[in-house]
Write a protein that binds this ligand. Structure first.
Ligand code: BES
Ligand code: ZN
Length: 460
């Protein structure tokens, strides 16, 4: 392993330059105008894989292309699948970026740009580690399959269809994902749980058109007000969601888990500063770490109604709408939670307006035992790569496809994040820490022999 590690050190600057090239593609999956950038981005990644001698294919789909690349076959050796996504969140608002989102720039020890941390830098670190093996003539101990998609940020629709159709090609002993965070460079961690998600859109219709608020105000319901009142009833002052049955399937945190989460060094004040909030708000009876990773939420992501232009316009808007997402924890089921929210909204909606609810994407929460041999091997690789013992964490974000990996490939996922809490994923000035990039590559070099050893030992 010394040779690949030395190779990584020698090639650091070029790896940063490669990541810059990758980030220059504006691969925004949510915006159809970027479809050509999305395709070019997939091709770039595929070409890098091919250049390293990986057997590579770019699969067109009804949506964005999926790249599959595999290392030269070693019969009988275990196979691990590395998943990542080359699509990124929309960069807007542009004016809040210090430098343009798709013109990556290094400042200090950070590379700034949309997609640097979420997720181009994190899966490229894995490919760089494979390069270090191949280019130094160091035999890889296992088979690796890279599966990199372009719709993660919009719900992975194409991949859901692709997985069952390519079950054999993607067969593996475990899935490895680096698309999540760690509390700090000195706190590498194995994430053993992710929240799930259920998205819905609620629309309230009132009068058949916008009305003069002087002529009609006081006689007809204001849809914006009705929506606000309805949504305000969904959560109480203690931060508990009031929807009947919402917590029925929530598995309570064990004392062991609470102790593990308490080892994470971030304080409430640090979260307050990090988020720029006047004061934190969360469900009573839980620590910040528990609130943001192990408790379900009911979030309003967007609210629209009435006149949004300059100056004022005295109207009763004819409609109001809200985009909502619910973050879910084990064992909540998206369909069941949506049904109870729907029933609750319908029960509370006044007869003065009409309510329409549209379902969006959904993803189950995920949890895997951190006690298994592969998880233990990953903890050791994290320690070797980052130089500090690894923690166990849960994460609040969602990667819905992990449940489908379990369902279709029968494989559990190990989440080995490289993102720091201040990396600004989905925000302006997204960045990737170059020391995390380097540590992530070292971790990946250590990972393959560790996992292989653990897998082979568990077979006998
Ligand atoms: N990388 C994130 C997921 C993530 C972030 C996991 C932090 C753990 C910690 C991923 O790219 C993402 O943003 N996922 C979306 C999924 C959604 C669009 C279905 C999310 O969590 O909002
Ligand atoms: Zn994301």
């Amino acid at each position: 392993m010394q040779e690949p590690l030395r190779y990584l050190e020698r090639e650091q600057d070029r790896f940063v330059a490669d990541l810059c090239e990758y980030v220059r593609f504006a691969s925004v999956s949510a915006q159809p105008k970027h479809a050509p950038d999305v395709r070019a981005c997939a091709d770039w990644f595929a070409q890098r894989c091919q250049g390293l001698g990986l057997e590579t294919r770019v699969y067109p789909t009804a949506g964005n292309p999926i790249v599959v690349a595999r290392t030269p076959k070693i019969p009988g050796a275990p196979t691990f699948l590395v998943y990542g996504h080359y699509d990124v969140q929309p960069p807007e608002p542009f004016e809040l970026w210090t430098t343009p989102p798709f013109d990556p720039q290094v400042r200090g020890r950070s590379l700034f740009g949309r997609g640097t941390t979420d997720n181009k830098g994190q899966h490229l670190a894995h490919l760089n580690a494979v390069e270090a093996y191949l280019r130094t003539g160091t035999p890889l101990p296992c088979n690796l399959v890279f599966l990199v998609e372009g719709e993660e940020e919009i719900g992975s629709k194409a991949l859901y269809g692709f997985l069952p159709e390519h079950r054999e090609e993607l067969a593996c002993d475990a899935v490895i994902i680096s698309d999540n965070g760690i509390p700090g460079l000195e706190y590498p961690s194995l994430t053993y749980a992710l929240r799930g998600i259920a998205a819905i859109e609620v629309r309230i219709d009132g009068p058949s058109r916008d009305l003069h608020s002087g002529l009609f105000g006081g006689t007809v319901e204001n849809p914006a007000m009705a929506l606000c009142q309805l949504l305000a009833k969904m959560r109480d002052e203690d931060g508990r969601i009031t929807v009947a049955g919402y917590y029925d399937d929530v598995v309570p945190l064990s004392d062991y888990e609470r102790r593990q989460l308490a080892r994470i060094p971030a304080t409430a004040e640090e979260y307050r500063v990090l988020t720029g909030s006047p004061q934190l708000f969360g469900e009573k009876g839980f620590t910040c770490e528990e609130q943001r990773t192990a408790r379900p939420t009911f979030e309003i992501n967007g609210l629209t109604s009435g006149y949004q232009g300059e100056g004022s316009k005295t109207i009763i808007p004819s409609w109001a709408s809200a985009k909502l997402t619910l973050r879910l924890v084990p064992d909540q089921v998206p369909g069941k939670v949506i049904a109870s929210v729907k029933a609750h909204l319908e029960r509370l909606c006044p007869p003065t307006v009409r309510l329409t609810i549209k379902h969006g994407h959904g993803g189950e929460p995920y949890i895997v035992s951190p006690d298994g041999p592969l998880a233990q091997a990953a903890l050791k690789a994290l320690e070797s790569g980052f130089g500090y013992p690894a923690l166990l964490t849960r994460e609040g974000g969602s990667i819905p496809i992990v449940s489908a990996f379990r369902q279709h490939l029968g494989a559990d996922t190990l989440l080995l994040g490289m993102a720091l809490p201040d990396d600004n994923a989905h925000s302006p000035d997204e960045k990737f820490d170059l020391d995390a990039y380097a540590a992530g590559m070292r971790m990946a070099v250590h990972l393959w022999p560790r996992l292989t050893e653990a897998k082979v030992a568990s077979r006998s």
